[in-house]
Design a protein around this ligand. Structure first.
Ligand SMILES: [Zn+2]
Length: 169
């Protein structure tokens, strides 16, 4: 078991060695997840399946802050992703993968960017319009009956919201 997670890895070599990793990607190494509040805790396994396909199994979780699209207050949420990938060189290879694997494209160095895969999975798992649990939300269901909430607008700037709250106090 390895503790230092690779950012990029040669998945073929890693699968031949049957490598497993458990560890975390420090929050500062993650650039594409907005509102991330924790390191990404992650486990990785590299192996060959019965069909001799190289497999990258990923489980990852993290805490992040989102802005509720109903009351526009920030809230903390926990996300967890789990998926299996198989490395491919082309779209043609990706198309013939069994459907239980996602394609993971090799980069020009013959490696797969594991952190980018995790970031993609996490971004895809997020709701388009995040909202509080209704019991925590400051806008009640009753209010919603009378007002149309548009989720198409640009995300409000959380700092602007904080500033306006401060002014009210
Ligand atoms: Zn809310």
């Amino acid at each position: 078991m390895q503790n230092r997670l690779p950012i990029t890895v040669d998945p073929i070599k890693a699968a031949q060695k049957r490598l497993d990793y458990i560890g975390h990607y420090p929050i500062k190494s993650v650039t594409r997840i907005e509102g991330l509040k924790s390191d990404i805790e992650c486990s990785l396994s590299f192996y060959y399946d019965e069909q001799k396909l190289c497999v990258i199994a990923i489980e990852a979780e993290a805490t992040l802050e989102q802005v509720c699209q109903r009351c526009f207050k920030p809230f903390i949420t926990h996300i967890k992703v789990k998926n299996k990938f198989s490395p491919v060189k082309s779209d043609t290879q990706a198309e013939v993968l069994p459907e239980y694997y996602e394609p993971a494209f090799f980069n020009e160095f013959g490696e797969v960017d594991i952190l980018a895969l995790i970031e993609d999975e996490m971004i895809l798992s997020l709701p388009i319009a995040p909202v509080h649990d209704s019991k925590h939300c400051e806008v009640s269901e009753a209010d919603l009956v009378f007002g149309e909430i548009s989720v198409d607008n640009e995300k409000p700037n959380p700092f602007a919201i904080l500033a306006s709250l401060k002014n009210k106090e």
